[in-house]
Design a protein around this ligand. Structure first.
Ligand SMILES: Cc1ncc(COP(=O)(O)O)c(C=O)c1O
Length: 497
């Protein structure tokens, strides 16, 4: 029998592919007898074990069958005429190459346009010493120790059952207590849906509330994860500019109504500008949503960290007409790797969201939910937030002091009264030179992010998002000093140019 080995991967897979190709091309027709494993091994100059392994795989995939005492035969039901239509003259392996461009749904094509892999790449650990990464908390030994013991406690109970698609009741009860106390989000555990991160909340919102062509009113600039989820289902985004007082419904497009079915906002710390939405604007937005039967998504992603004494109440707490879908996440004050978050839903939306969640993954992993419920009930989560808030307040002050000292008039600093990052605008660097500045900073061990990806319409200024949660106060000062020196060089070369 003439079979060709393609030289790729383990020998037994090469033999397998050689025989399979011969079957599918019709060179070995249904019912044909294959050479014995010994004879083929001799013919190919291989060990018999290699051929036996290949024959095992061929039989497991029903290309062949073994008849006791008679040998191995091509299975009678393999219809090579159908399969050979998919095979080009260059050989069967091209079937796989052709698969490289499969026909995708509109949803998948829109999802790929959002370039999720680029966002993921950006958020990987740069390994640089002065890491101004934002929106992530440091882990400490205390959390690791507690988490390990809580997981160990519950791992013995995790048996042969599926978790509730709505989320474990114990965690929903802990969340209801926490959200009511910390954010004035008063709700019944029955209104809570536990999800695999806020990104899943956004994906479910897009699927449950939007059809292609539906409009979403969204902040400009906006969180790109929300933008991507809405665009992927074919929604149209209407942009509403954000100023120092946050989102302003009065700035919606003219002659708007009937407009958006959904409004997406980050009122307690606008992502990325940091603006905190005023109470007056919150009330106006709620009134507009009520009049227009629109839902408001309140993404309260990092509201745990506030550095001015009086917090502004959540939108949810001001909502008398069930217009707000509240999103909270454990990614910021606990860890992004556990992928746990929650939605607080108007009662009428619970059933459709639970159905969509069930379709998506049958339920969030059980073990981490149980461990987190214990962690919250024992007061560890509240204590961790208090501990981190103190640390972050000191680091934020160091960052602001260093920025004023080393960058002074070169920058304009955005609102920094809450959250885990500050947005700074570079007064003398044009936006097209920012990537070069970021690369040069990396050569000096300083890791920075541009704000540009948060805009649908590119900003006219160069902006940097600077996190301060992963660095000590000394590291922050030194990192900013390096940035200041670099900026001075950049400005000098520009003048010289
Ligand atoms: C505004 C906003 N919402 C949601 C998220 C994502 O949250 P999660 O990790 O829970 O999906 C982020 C992440 O940084 C964010 O900035």
């Amino acid at each position: 029998m003439m079979i060709t080995l393609d030289g790729c991967g383990p020998l037994y897979r090469q033999v397998y592919r050689g025989v399979r190709d011969a079957v599918l091309r019709g060179q070995l027709p249904p019912g044909a007898r294959l050479p014995s494993s010994r004879a083929l091994a001799d013919e190919l100059g291989l060990s018999r074990t290699v051929v036996l392994l290949a024959y095992e795989d061929l039989q497991a995939e029903s290309y062949t069958e073994t008849r006791a005492g008679a040998g191995t035969f091509v299975a009678p039901q393999v219809d090579h005429t159908l399969l050979s239509k998919a095979v080009s003259n260059d050989g069967l392996s091209n079937v796989l190459a052709a698969d490289a461009a499969p026909r995708l749904s509109r949803f998948a094509r829109r999802a790929m346009q959002q370039k999720p892999e680029a966002v993921y790449e950006q958020k990987q650990d740069s390994g640089l010493r002065f890491n101004f990464e934002y929106s992530v908390s440091e882990q400490d030994a205390q959390v690791v120790r507690l988490w390990r013991s809580l997981l160990a406690k519950h791992v013995t109970d995790s048996g042969a059952f599926y978790p509730s698609p709505q989320g474990e009741l114990s965690l929903r009860m802990s969340v209801a207590k926490y959200a009511g106390h910390a954010r004035g989000v008063h709700c019944d555990p029955g209104q809570i849906l536990i999800v695999d991160g806020s990104q899943q909340s956004l994906d479910l919102i897009a699927k449950v509330l939007l059809d292609p062509g539906d409009r979403v009113l969204i902040e400009e600039p906006q969180y790109h994860g929300a933008r991507a989820a809405f665009l992927a289902v074919g929604a149209r985004l209407d942009l509403c500019p954000v100023d120092a007082d946050g989102f302003d419904i009065a700035l919606r497009p003219t002659n708007y109504e009937p407009g958006a079915r959904l409004v997406y906002v980050t009122p307690s710390h606008q992502m990325p500008t940091g603006a905190v939405m005023t109470v007056a604007r919150r009330l106006e937005l709620l009134a507009w949503a009520t009049d227009n039967s629109a839902y408001i998504v309140e993404d309260d992603y990092d509201s745990e960290f506030r550095y001015k004494s009086r917090p502004i109440p959540s939108l949810h707490s001001l909502d008398m007409h069930d217009r707000v879908i509240y999103l909270g996440t454990f990614a910021k004050a606990f860890s992004p790797t556990v992928r746990l978050a929650y939605m607080v839903l108007p009662a009428k939306l619970v059933a459709p969201f639970v159905s969509a969640k069930w379709l998506s993954d049958l339920g969030t992993p059980w073990l981490a939910q149980r461990a987190l419920a214990d962690y919250m009930d024992a007061g560890h989560y509240a204590r961790r937030i208090r501990r981190l808030s103190r640390r972050y307040a000191a680091r934020r002050s160091s960052l602001l002091a260093a920025l004023r000292r080393y960058l002074g008039d070169e920058i304009t600093i955005g609102d920094s009264s809450a959250g885990m990052h500050v947005l700074i605008w570079l007064n003398r660097i044009p936006p097209d030179r920012l990537p070069a500045l970021i690369r040069a900073a990396a050569r000096r061990e300083v890791h920075l992010h541009s704000v540009a990806s948060y805009y649908m319409n590119p900003p006219s200024r160069a902006g940097l998002l600077m996190g301060y949660t992963l660095l000590s106060e000394e590291e922050i000062t030194e990192g900013v000093r390096r940035l200041g020196a670099l900026l001075e060089r950049f400005c000098r070369t520009k003048m010289a140019g």
